[in-house]
Design a protein around this ligand. Structure first.
Ligand SMILES: [Zn+2]
Length: 130
């Protein structure tokens, strides 16, 4: 007989299961991600904002992502945005993070801007962040 007998591998997990904390982080990082493709640390959240992985940034969320338009603005102007500063997308397209489309504003100015131009879409939850 030429039958080969293979030992059944022992049922041992290859790596330890994720802790609750890690699961929470993974869930948060994958929130609203379009597809499962790894795009070099770029994801799109459910509100349509592009997030870039930049885990040491002071605005990074618990998963280490920062809204890319803020990073683009900071890099271009070599500045640090204040936490309450708003970076507005002039054309209303949150995925258009070209520097020419970004404009820094304060919350009150930004709000006024959107009240003036009602064609601009308001996000339902966070109306001051486009
Ligand atoms: Zn806006």
């Amino acid at each position: 007989m030429t039958e080969v007998i293979v030992d059944k591998p022992k049922l041992k997990p290859l790596r330890k299961p994720h802790s609750e904390e890690t699961k929470r982080k993974i869930g948060k990082a994958q929130e609203g991600v379009k597809g499962n493709n790894w795009k070099g640390g770029i994801i799109v959240d459910k509100e349509g904002y592009i997030l870039e992985r930049c885990k040491d940034h002071r605005f990074a969320n618990s998963a280490g992502y920062v809204r890319q338009h803020r990073l683009v603005y900071e890099r271009y102007h070599k500045c640090s945005l204040l936490p309450w500063a708003i970076v507005h997308h002039k054309d209303g397209n949150r995925a258009n993070n070209d520097i020419s489309n970004l404009e820094a504003s304060t919350q009150s100015k930004h709000c006024g801007h959107h009240n003036k131009f009602r064609g601009h879409q308001f996000p339902s939850t966070n109306s001051l962040t486009c």
